[in-house]
Design a protein around this ligand. Structure first.
Ligand code: SF4
Length: 266
């Protein structure tokens, strides 16, 4: 793993993600190295030639830059993070996410965390410092089976650890959500995820898969799920029927749960 400390010029970036105004990424690169990651384009911007998951640039001056950025910009909803995991293992040593939360808890802007790691529990004291409804802690859960997690997210913590952390946060009255994205047709078992989390999460977000430029995902499907090869070729050619099927599935599940479900369609 190639780890470098670098200075950044800005940290609060305008975001086009649904319902989000700004994103904050304390790191460039991500140790979790998920095989479906949409953020691999960050390699180009950071001049790294190593494979995704093999480098991380730590933004060493985040506090100073964040304070400046917050003064210059209008209030908006923040996501930590959009192209890295704020609680990847290096966070234990560098604590950049913790420092960011310390500043934001005083500022009072709505803040959403999204991670695959139970390291978030280290910052429970910080999360409970936010005013009511100003902090939302989210976990990505795309599969429940260990085999699927190992294929797609080989370096990320086990799903059970994420669910345990979700329960703990919910018990401590922190607003929580689960993000299922990308939703993998034939692999993601949405009803099972709902059953597992509905008592502890305030919301489930679902994002369909985007295969536009993704040969890498198709190669993994061919290798590990050969029975789904044709289905994924069809989704790549025409994603619309897949998205409509997903919408129907979500509507069906909604009938039997009080969990708020939000489907992000393009
Ligand atoms: S945790 Fe998120 S940012 Fe990190 S590799 Fe996985 S999908 Fe990409």
């Amino acid at each position: 793993m190639n780890v470098n400390e670098k200075k950044c010029k800005t940290i609060l970036s305008k975001s086009s993600l649904y319902g989000i105004d700004y994103s904050i990424n304390p790191y460039t690169g991500c140790e979790h190295g998920c095989r479906y990651c949409y953020a691999t384009y960050m390699k180009k911007f950071s001049n790294h030639s190593e494979p995704w998951g093999q480098f991380v640039d730590v933004k060493e001056n985040v506090q100073k830059v964040l304070k400046k950025d917050l003064e210059k910009k209008d209030e908006g909803k923040i996501l930590i993070s959009s192209v890295t995991d704020p609680y990847q293992p290096l966070e234990e040593k560098y604590g950049k996410t913790r420092k960011i939360l310390k500043i934001l808890s005083k500022k009072g802007w709505e803040t959403n965390l999204l991670t695959k790691s139970d390291l978030i529990l280290r910052d429970l004291d910080m999360l409970t410092d936010f005013e009511d409804n100003k902090i939302h802690a989210g976990f990505t859960i795309n599969f429940l089976k260990k085999r699927d997690r190992k294929i797609w997210e080989p370096n990320a913590p086990d799903i059970e650890k994420r669910i345990k952390a979700l329960k703990k946060l919910s018990k401590e009255q922190v607003q929580t959500y689960v993000h299922t994205g990308p939703y993998f047709e034939g692999i993601t078992k949405l009803q099972n995820i709902v059953t597992k989390i509905e008592d502890f999460a305030d919301e489930l977000q679902i994002e369909p898969i985007n295969l536009k430029n993704d040969k890498k995902i198709l190669n993994i499907i061919e290798r590990h799920y050969p029975e789904l090869k044709e289905k994924y070729r069809e989704i790549k050619k025409n994603p619309l029927p897949h998205q409509m099927n997903l919408k129907e599935k979500v509507d069906e599940i909604r009938k039997n749960t009080d969990l708020k479900m939000k489907l992000f369609l393009e």
